[in-house]
Design a protein around this ligand. Structure first.
Ligand SMILES: [Ca+2]
Length: 282
């Protein structure tokens, strides 16, 4: 709730967020001068079917297919999905007591988290057959590959960078939004040196600088959220995939009947275009 509040405030009521920052006694002034993220809006490119029973936790694109992990005990799966039809082409069940979470690609293997089960799984990209499962000492939310690391979120403001073979923590970074810790970091996607992340129970994706944890971009996807039927309080925006070959972005949500191909458009550019056309009209 706090996250949703500060994002909404920051986007639409700058004086209010400034007041909120002053209201924390004894805390050093936040370095807001150059910390304000760039705001993007979402532009719809295409809409595809998505299994409305998929409690989407991890999403990635590789070589013509979507790969998706779903959550909820007894329903958690790794899936290979056809974009155009949303059809599940292949699936592997997680153990029935486990709650599936984020998904990453490493070479020809897929790696998947579990929420509170203390287990991390590896499967074959080709067959989705299990390769191995190992203990994992953290709550599992989001997972992505960045360079030679995996990056992992656990719902806190900390991102962990892991060795993709041993899962040893190589380093951690504290994520901040305008100088304040940003929690509820969920599904991840690393693109062009930034870590894009769903913020749980919000209509926003943020782009985090892996060097210092600072949020550089905020993307407002609330128009997509509003277009989805409200069937469950947990049917939230979650799932980001990027196709590096074509630059396409795909987003969806838990229990959403649609998956969207989208573009991210800087808000300032739109506003400038709007004001230019207004001026021209006068
Ligand atoms: Ca992803």
């Amino acid at each position: 709730m706090f996250t949703r509040l500060i994002l909404a405030l920051a986007l639409f009521a700058a004086p209010a967020i400034a007041l909120a920052q002053q209201a924390v006694p004894g805390e050093a002034a936040a370095p807001v001068a150059d910390a304000s993220p760039q705001v993007f809006d979402v532009q719809l490119v295409a809409r595809y079917p998505h299994d409305p029973d998929a409690f989407t936790q991890g999403l990635l694109w590789h070589d013509g297919y979507l790969y998706e992990t779903t959550g909820r005990a007894g329903q958690s799966q790794l899936r290979k999905v056809d974009l155009a039809t949303g059809e599940v082409l292949a699936a592997t069940d997680l153990p029935p007591d486990q709650f599936g979470e984020g998904l990453a690609l490493w070479g020809d293997e897929l790696i998947g988290l579990t929420w509170l089960n203390g287990t991390i799984h590896r499967w074959s990209l080709d067959t989705l057959e299990p390769i191995r499962s190992d203990p994992f000492g953290y709550e599992g939310w989001g997972l992505a590959t960045i360079g030679d690391d995996l990056v992992e979120s656990d719902g806190s403001a900390t991102l962990r960078f892991l060795d993709p073979q041993t899962y040893e923590v190589r380093r951690e970074v504290a994520v901040t939004y305008e100088g304040k810790p940003l929690t509820q970091i969920n599904e991840l996607e690393a693109v062009d040196g930034l870590i894009y992340a769903n913020i749980w129970h919000t209509g926003f994706i943020v782009a985090i600088d892996p060097a210092d944890g600072v949020v550089r971009r905020v993307i407002d996807l609330r128009p997509l959220v509003e277009a989805m039927p409200v069937g469950s309080h947990e049917a939230v925006l979650n799932g980001i995939a990027h196709d590096p070959q074509t630059g396409r972005w795909f987003v969806t949500g838990k229990l959403w009947p649609s998956l969207f191909e989208v573009r991210f458009v800087p808000r300032e550019a739109e506003e400038e275009a709007d004001s230019a056309s207004e001026t021209a009209g006068r």
